[in-house]
Design a protein around this ligand. Structure first.
Ligand SMILES: Nc1nc2c(ncn2[C@@H]2O[C@H](COP(=O)(O)OP(=O)(O)OP(=O)(O)O)[C@@H](O)[C@H]2O)c(=O)[nH]1
Ligand SMILES: [Mg+2]
Length: 336
């Protein structure tokens, strides 16, 4: 579940044992897939803190084993509020257990509904059901799990719950970031207009995919072929990271010339063209005051000169939209 106030979101992740809850939280907190996947069964509530664009996200992961059920319920009901978002995760490849998982999910929905009826009768809470591990063969899609009839029944039975359905996998980072963009970021930044801009840019560039990544390398927004989009945001993050490392080395060696070169401007704009044999990845990075975002175009067919200027301007505009409240006008005045 996620709740936001003053630029802080709280995400609580629930669901049966071994469904991938800790992996999801680890991935969102680090963008590191091997760290995310290398888990052991949890025995207590785990807390993670991360920054997704300008938003601080606090993630709370409950342990899934049945012996923790009562304690998890108690914890959840004690701190739930209308700004919270619940992520309920199941392993979608566990076909034979799906009925049990749905029963458990309904049990939690009942408790949440009861808390809301009593404490927040006029409010609603966002809940996302994640049919996770979609990379495994035989996994059920969320559409298979929830037919239209079931959804209608749920919305009637739980009038205080807004239920959203997602197919996710750690191997498809955009699937997880889609959940965060829809349910968490949409409350602080104009997600729909950013998505609209990406679609426009993809059409203009005739690109296979367009991706906005954050400083950590998470693919926050994307348009186009989602298989291609997942990892490309990581390139830009690695470039920023190595630039930061060079700055640190120059500072520690007191290498004046190098410091002047790297610190010469408040803002850093990078344009990178990665020409592979049959593909081309164009990346534009805008960095200021330790914040950065990247815009990546995959296989753009339109090579018009205007594309470069347009894409760089787009990434600057996005940066100002996203970080205006956090760092003010300082970084963007020059680009206006
Ligand atoms: N194939 C695949 N495996 C995944 C995915 N996400 C997580 N896993 C694996 O699933 C197993 C369980 O993941 P955890 O994150 O520990 O599961 P959990 O829900 O936290 O489990 P508990 O702590 O016992 O409640 C681990 O071996 C993960 O590597 C995924 O998207 N695809
Ligand atoms: Mg766990």
């Amino acid at each position: 579940m996620v709740s936001q106030s003053n630029g802080v979101a709280k995400i609580f992740i629930l669901g049966p044992a071994n469904s991938g809850k800790t992996s999801i939280a680890r991935f969102l907190a680090t963008a590191n897939r091997s760290f995310a996947l290398n888990t052991t069964p949890s025995t207590s509530i785990e807390r993670f803190k991360t920054l997704v664009l300008a938003l601080q996200v606090n993630i709370f992961v409950t342990p899934g084993q049945k012996r923790f059920k009562a304690r998890n319920f108690e914890y959840l009901c004690g701190i739930i509020d209308p700004k919270s978002v619940i992520l309920y995760v199941v392993d979608a490849s566990e076909r034979t257990k799906m009925d049990d998982y749905l029963k458990e999910f309904m049990e939690i929905m009942n408790k949440v509904e009861a808390v809301f009826q009593k404490t927040f009768p006029r409010e609603k809470i966002e809940v996302a059901f994640l049919a996770h591990k979609q990379d495994l063969t035989g996994s059920l899609s969320v559409k298979n799990i929830f037919s239209n009839g079931v959804m209608q029944k749920i919305s009637k039975t739980f009038p205080h719950i807004n239920l959203h359905l997602y197919d996710t996998s750690i191997f498809m980072p955009t699937s997880l970031l889609g959940v965060i963009a829809d349910l968490v970021l949409s409350k602080i930044i104009p997600v729909n207009s950013i998505k609209g801009m990406l679609t426009y840019l993809r059409d203009y560039a005739e690109a296979e995919a367009v991706i906005i990544g954050d400083g950590m390398g998470l693919p926050i927004f994307f348009s186009g072929n989602s298989g291609l989009t997942s990892w490309s945001a990581a390139f830009a993050a690695r470039i920023i990271e190595s630039l930061e490392r060079e700055k640190e080395i120059a500072n520690s060696l007191k290498d004046e010339a190098y410091i002047r070169l790297l610190n010469s401007s408040r803002t850093i704009k990078i344009r990178l063209n990665l020409a592979l044999e049959e593909s081309e990845i164009l990346t534009y990075i805008f960095q200021c005051k330790e914040h950065s975002i990247s815009l990546t175009l995959i296989n753009a067919r339109n090579k018009a000169n205007a594309l470069d200027a347009y894409a760089m301007k787009a990434v600057e505009v996005l940066f100002s939209k996203i970080y205006l409240e956090t760092i003010g006008h300082e970084c963007t005045r020059a680009g206006d």
